[in-house]
Design a protein around this ligand. Structure first.
Ligand code: PRP
Length: 217
């Protein structure tokens, strides 16, 4: 008997998971078990479709997918670029849109334009390093932080930050501004490289159904 194995999805906890589940439901993929918001269960199964789903912290999603603990994953382009895991990025899902920016007080513009050796605080050291060294050809000191990045220039830890800007309200309320845009961000679907070969038909089937919905075909 040739029993199909479950395909496993790693989703990013929070709003991105809600938006992903909403999108999946539009192509007939749902998981009733996950609708119970109070559950402490970590992994959910839709037996009929042969699918499993689990929720993880964003930066862990590419790790689960690279190692094959999940066949597919959904997380932000920022995280995929920062983690640099060996996975296939197959689809822009069109939600979770924001920008990765260099931000700071207006007065930091001058040090940027003179390519001074400044300090850059960020949760994304790889993205910041790549931007300053390879695109701006500017040597900077990168300081890794884990959150509330906007604090850094306010308390004098760094001249600028590299961070996500969505509505811009965090910057505004703290007297900071976008100084330069590094790249646009949105949610992306990623796939394990071996799964893509072994389960090609099922996985590409899911991707093409999703693509049609995302592109409004
Ligand atoms: C993110 C980001 C900014 C903020 C941007 O932080 O790091 O601080 O959201 O959003 P806005 O432009 O809509 O104000 P998050 O809330 O994820 O928390 P963090 O500070 O712990 O990273």
């Amino acid at each position: 008997m040739n029993e199909k194995r479950d395909l496993t999805f790693a989703l990013t906890k929070g709003r991105l998971a809600d938006q992903t589940l909403e999108l999946l439901s539009r192509v007939g993929i749902s998981c009733r078990e996950m609708e119970d918001k109070k559950t402490r269960k970590l992994i959910f199964r839709n037996e009929e479709l042969g699918l499993c789903f689990f929720l993880a912290k964003g930066p862990d999603v590419p790790t689960y997918v690279e190692y094959g603990a999940a066949d597919l994953g959904v997380t932000g382009r920022d995280i995929i670029a920062e983690e640099k895991r060996n996975v296939y990025e197959v689809l822009d899902l069109g939600f979770g849109k924001c920008r990765m920016c260099v931000c700071g007080p207006e007065k930091a513009k001058e040090a940027l334009s003179r390519r001074e050796m400044i300090r850059v605080a960020t949760k994304y050291p790889r993205i910041a390093q790549d931007y300053f060294y390879n695109r701006r050809h500017q040597t900077v000191e990168i300081i890794k932080l884990n959150g509330s990045i906007e604090l850094a220039p306010i308390v004098g830890l760094s001249e600028v930050i590299v961070d996500i800007v969505e509505t811009g309200s965090t910057l505004k309320e703290n007297g900071l501004a976008v100084l330069e845009t590094v790249c646009d961000i949105s949610a992306r679907m990623i796939v394990n490289q071996v799964s893509m070969r072994m389960e090609n038909e099922r996985i590409t089937g899911i991707i093409s159904r999703l693509r049609e919905v995302v592109n409004g075909v």
